[in-house]
Design a protein around this ligand. Structure first.
Ligand code: GLY
Length: 361
């Protein structure tokens, strides 16, 4: 549903509304941003510069940095939920349509802005991906400070998960604050769910932020950044830093990126596949829904060896979401399971949330 004029104006606080609206009737293309719901706060800060002619990759990275440095978002950067060992290990990538180049870092620790380091990999090396200690040293070489990313809130949540993993080890969850809660000391259920009949911990958050951008010149760029699956096996890398999986853009076809279960996006090469479907003429929404139907069929086959991927109704027991931007400025947000919001900013409505199109409830 399009916002009315009042909503439009309040959503575009700080943006030159007349400039944005005038682009609609001019030879210039209106700028567009699309991304995960948590990108909205960043879009509100960066859309004005994009409207004024800013670079699309600048807008994308400045948008996600807002969440990377937010200690209260436990899915990305500072305050992100750690791996099994309690270390916050980050994945990030960026891609630039006009030069068809990309950069990425994976399993990087103690660096606040992995999206900026991904851009350095793209611009200051001949490589596409640097991981682990090498990525950390590379970031330090370029002046990024060593930063403790594990907040007290995230450490507490990790500890509760660890204490809840087994009832035959020696770790005990704290006694309930109300002695009438819980049956005995140590019986407090884990906060983040362990392996259950519903699947191997799908209720553990995957987090992530994605942002795709088209500039006033029609140039596209995108970035995805995450702390990945909460309490992951150390060294596990999700889709976010994998070009073609967690993000992809092509100056001939458009841009896409994902959040949610990274393994599904990797196995479908999801972002690349969506951009290819747009290249063949599909609108963003149609491309996204076709890819989700493909993932649904893939999961049915994967479930032959991993039945927990399906719920009791035989449907995928997880979700994955894609944010899609066509070269013409059309955009969509789609979700394998369940609705929710995604973030959009364009000349027609300014920065706002819109409803995801869900393949299944
Ligand atoms: N989509 C984020 C991850 O799976 O790590």
């Amino acid at each position: 549903m399009r916002p009315n004029r009042r909503e439009l104006l309040s959503g575009m606080a700080g943006v030159s509304v007349s400039r944005a609206l005038s682009l609609q009737g001019s030879g210039e293309r209106g700028p567009v941003m699309v991304g995960s719901a948590n990108a909205l706060a960043g879009m509100k800060l960066t859309f004005e510069a994009l409207v004024a002619g800013g670079e699309p990759l600048d807008a994308a990275i400045e948008t996600v940095k807002v969440v990377e440095k937010d200690p209260n978002d436990q899915s990305v950067g500072l305050g992100g939920l750690p791996n099994e060992d309690g270390a916050v290990a980050l994945d990030a990538a960026c891609m630039h349509g006009p030069t068809h180049n990309s950069g990425a870092v994976a399993a990087i620790e103690n660096i606040l802005h992995p999206s900026e380091v991904a851009r350095l990999v793209m611009e200051r090396t001949d490589h596409c991906l640097i991981v682990g200690r090498g990525a950390y040293e590379f970031a330090r070489m370029h002046g990024h400070p060593h930063t403790e990313l594990l907040t007290e809130a995230s450490r507490e949540r990790w500890l509760r998960w660890k204490e809840g993993l087994s009832d035959v080890d020696d770790r005990l969850a704290p006694p309930p604050s109300n002695p009438n809660e819980g049956e005995r000391h140590g019986s407090t259920p884990p906060l983040d769910g362990k392996r259950t009949a519903q699947g191997p911990g799908w209720d553990r958050p995957y987090g992530t932020i994605h942002c795709s951008v088209r500039s006033t010149r029609g140039e596209v760029a995108c970035t995805t950044t995450t702390s990945g699956l909460a309490f992951k096996i150390p060294g596990r890398v999700g889709d976010s830093p994998i070009i073609g999986a967690g993000l992809y853009c092509d100056q001939e076809a458009g841009s896409a990126g994902s959040t949610g279960r990274g393994e599904a996006a990797i196995l479908a090469n999801g972002s690349f596949a969506i951009v290819e479907l747009m290249r063949q003429g599909k609108a963003p929404l149609d491309a996204g829904m076709e890819l989700l139907r493909r993932i649904e069929r893939q999961v049915q086959r994967q479930a032959r060896w991993q039945p927990a991927l399906l719920d009791g109704d035989g449907k995928p027991a997880f979700s994955v979401k894609f944010y899609i931007l066509g070269l013409d400025g059309a955009q969509a947000g789609v979700s394998l399971r369940g609705g929710g919001k995604y973030a959009v900013a364009d000349a027609a409505g300014g920065p706002r949330h819109e409803e995801l199109e869900a393949l299944m409830e």
